[in-house]
Design a binder for this molecule. Structure first.
Ligand code: ADP
Length: 719
């Protein structure tokens, strides 16, 4: 008897076995319908094997579906990713099928001639229609417009049988990119990097690279040239480019279209589902060469994937923490390994993990020296707020105001960077000291003036600003403490009433379209002073921007997070890197209370190596990543006692292991979210310990009641 192991989207660690009926040929990757309880459910065949045991009461596969089979590379990838992240492989496989869940776009209706039939009565309007149409097929409305007649004329010809309606399946056509459409002339470093990359791809086998160069050095230019070479060598090659933010995709898509004369496919949550289905089908059929997407594009069914680019590889947005927990950059490297493809991680401020791999020679290290052309790196100055304290209830110091004024007078643009949405991060009562928090979540409510509401940034809960203190009932006692971007903009408008200002955050640019509009206004010089969170700090190119003012350079340095220093360094380097990207030199001013902080010192000196060396030494001393490995186990439930119990049970059941420690249980950093209590256990292990095996052994020892949710986060980004 033949049995098929089928991956189905359920939170279980194994595939389900079904009998493969006589006459149904099944293979790994095939999509099937299988019975589950009273329902039929879509699954993917992981394995087909022969068995003699007839005592097994297995159900049979109902049918093999017509949908394309998942290629071997994706199958290996979802299984590997399931094991690595301790996620159910069936749910991983379901992620790879997501593109199929949408209906196909409706077929397009067009009209065409029926043979050489002539209209009974040939009016000038009718003759005009037939001439405009010729031998082609066209949408009826387009035809009427082309002939300059009303749609009734076209309809009349259809009714008479001179024209007929045909339906054309809306199969997306992706033009083949032309590597020689608009070639670029690269500088020496860029050309060397592109050649090394392209050789890595065409040489075959798994080849990881770090593409390391300051913002504006031409990393994008270099990998586009590498793609051109790959396509010249193999026109069927598929290339995936991952970006951390949807807002960055449009600019890259335009650049790729200009370079190759054909638009790449786009894949992220902002793409309409029917379109995603078209992309999915084009990718699996090999009809699409270049995909630009978010981390979920890693699960697309490429058939000939040769190169993956992870742009801004250090960016924490690559980490997915809801649903399946994984790091897009790490999974990109894994997918490349499985596909025997090349992968290039590009950044001006690479993650310590990636630098560590490059230093050890595991990754090819491609360095771009300076900014391209005449652009130079901005001058970075630290502004000691102890000597230049802003007036009460203002946030910009006198020297910074002065420079903003000068920049404005020269007709150049300023970016004021503050990584805090809204108006004020905290609202408190002057009388009793109460800080307003969300009702079911451990987080302070952030005041938003544009919408007039207090908002929980974790859950989206919001309420009107109350008149009375909710704690002591005092009247008019609530004060807004500290600045967010809206408040800084308020100050800027008072200081420079003639300046055109705007705020750029996920509130003012909640989707790709509005982000694009803001970026365009900035590029067109319609904004003088942009007050922005990290939404605008990444990747964008604003040629007229010459001044970046960092309102609070100390912001990310507080708190004991593992990556606080690394993340702050990256964010501030990115933000200050927006200045002076074209022919005018740039300048960056960082307001700080701690100018002696090593992160800020390294930034001011432009000495990334000094920062990396110091940070590596600290991590090594503590055996933390990249020198050790971490995993977090998060327990959450509306039932606080149940969480406590499971946490205690887990603490009791820790298997013996060497070179590995378990910390906790303790309250998770967010101890209450949407009414759920959260506890955390943290595992640290030496690099050569099989962390996944330990976790699997541990977690099977404890019974988890249905009321408690357990999430495993392997390689957590923050802790
Ligand atoms: P990065 O990706 O490192 O930030 P980009 O590739 O975006 O850098 O290049 C920065 C700017 O310099 C872009 O406007 C780009 O078009 C321009 N540029 C870079 N290299 C070249 C080149 N070789 N020829 C022409 N323009 C270039």
């Amino acid at each position: 008897m033949k049995v098929a192991s089928v991956l189905i989207p359920l939170p279980v660690p194994e595939a389900f076995d079904y009998v493969a009926p006589e006459g149904m040929t099944l293979a790994r990757g095939d999509q099937v319908a299988v019975p589950l309880g009273p329902r039929l459910i879509r699954g993917v065949v992981a394995e087909v094997f022969e068995t003699t045991g007839s005592n097994r009461r297995l159900k049979s596969v109902e049918s093999r579906l017509d949908d394309p089979a998942l290629p071997a590379g994706v199958m290996d990838f979802v299984e590997w990713a399931g094991r690595w992240t301790l996620s159910p492989p069936g749910e991983m496989a379901a992620t790879a099928l997501k593109g199929l869940r949408a209906p196909r776009p409706r077929p397009e209706r067009r009209v065409r001639r029926v043979g050489d039939r002539q209209p009974a009565r040939a009016t000038p309007a009718r003759t005009g229609v037939l001439e405009a149409l010729g031998e082609r097929s066209m949408a009826g409305a387009d035809l009427a417009r082309a002939a300059g007649v009303s749609s009734g004329v076209v309809k009349g010809l259809i009714d008479e049988g001179v024209l007929e309606i045909i339906e054309i399946a809306a199969e997306a056509a992706f033009d083949r990119p032309d590597p020689d459409h608009a070639p670029a002339t690269l500088n020496g470093d860029q050309a060397a990097a592109a050649a090394a990359l392209a050789d890595g791809v065409t040489g075959g086998g798994f080849r990881p690279f770090l593409l390391d160069g300051v913002t504006g050095s031409g990393k994008t230019e270099a990998y586009l040239e590498a793609i051109a070479r790959v396509l010249r060598a193999d026109p069927a090659a598929q290339i995936l480019i991952l970006l951390p933010e949807i807002a960055l995709t449009q600019a890259l898509i335009e650049r790729i279209t200009a370079r190759f004369g054909a638009a790449p496919a786009e894949w992220h949550s902002g793409v309409a589902p029917p379109r995603r289905r078209q992309v999915w089908e084009a990718v699996v059929a090999g009809r699409c060469n270049i995909v630009v997407g978010a981390r979920s594009a890693l699960f697309l069914p490429f058939v000939d994937l040769r190169l993956i680019v992870v742009d801004e590889e250090h960016d924490s947005s690559f980490k997915q923490e809801e649903g399946l927990v994984y790091h897009g950059r790490d999974l990109a490297v894994a997918r490349a390994r499985i596909e025997k493809a090349a992968v290039v991680l590009a950044s001006a401020t690479p993650s310590l993990e990636t630098l560590w791999n490059a230093q050890a020679g595991r990754y090819g290290w491609l360095k771009l020296g300076a900014r391209h052309g005449v652009a130079v790196m901005p001058d970075i100055e630290l502004l000691d707020l102890r000597q230049h304290t802003p007036d009460p209830q203002t946030w910009l110091s006198q020297p910074l105001r002065l420079v903003v004024g000068e920049t404005l007078a020269r007709g150049e643009q300023t970016l004021l960077f503050l990584n805090r949405r809204g108006y004020a991060p905290v609202v408190l009562c002057r009388v009793c000291g109460h800080r307003l928090t969300a009702p079911d979540t451990d987080s302070w409510l952030v005041e938003h003036r544009y919408t007039g509401r207090l908002v929980c940034h974790l859950t989206g809960f919001s309420m009107a600003r109350p008149k009375l203190c909710p704690s002591c009932g005092a009247e008019d006692s609530l004060v807004s403490v500290g600045p967010g971007v809206e408040r800084v903009e308020e100050e800027v408008r008072q200081l420079f009433p003639e300046a055109r200002t705007a705020v750029f955050s996920s509130d003012t640019a909640p989707d790709a379209k509005s982000a694009r509009a803001l970026i365009q206004r900035m590029t067109d010089g319609e904004i003088d002073i942009l007050v922005a969170t990290q939404a605008a700090a990444k990747g964008h190119n604003f040629p007229r921007l010459t001044l970046v003012g960092v309102v609070d350079a100390d912001l990310g340095l507080r708190g004991g997070d593992l990556r606080a220093a690394e993340r702050t360094y990256q964010l501030l380097a990115q933000a200050t890197g927006r200045a002076g990207r074209a022919d005018r030199p740039g300048r960056a001013i960082l307001q700080t209370w701690t100018p002696e902080h090593p992160v800020l010192q390294a930034l001011a000196a432009g000495d990334r190596d000094a920062f990396v060396e110091a940070e590596m030494a600290e991590r090594e001393a503590a055996a933390l990543p990249p020198f050790g490995r971490l995993a977090a186990i998060i327990l959450s439930s509306e039932n606080a006692a149940a969480v406590e119990k499971v946490a205690a049970d887990l603490a009791q059941a820790i298997p013996n292991a060497e070179r590995l420690e378990v910390y906790g249980p303790a309250d998770a950093p967010l101890a209450l979210v949407r009414g759920r209590r959260r506890k955390r256990l943290l595992v640290r292990a030496d690099r050569d310990v099989n962390l996944q095996a330990f976790l699997r052994a541990w977690l099977t020892r404890v019974k988890i009641p249905a009321s408690v949710r357990l999430t495993v986060d392997v390689d957590p980004y923050s802790f």
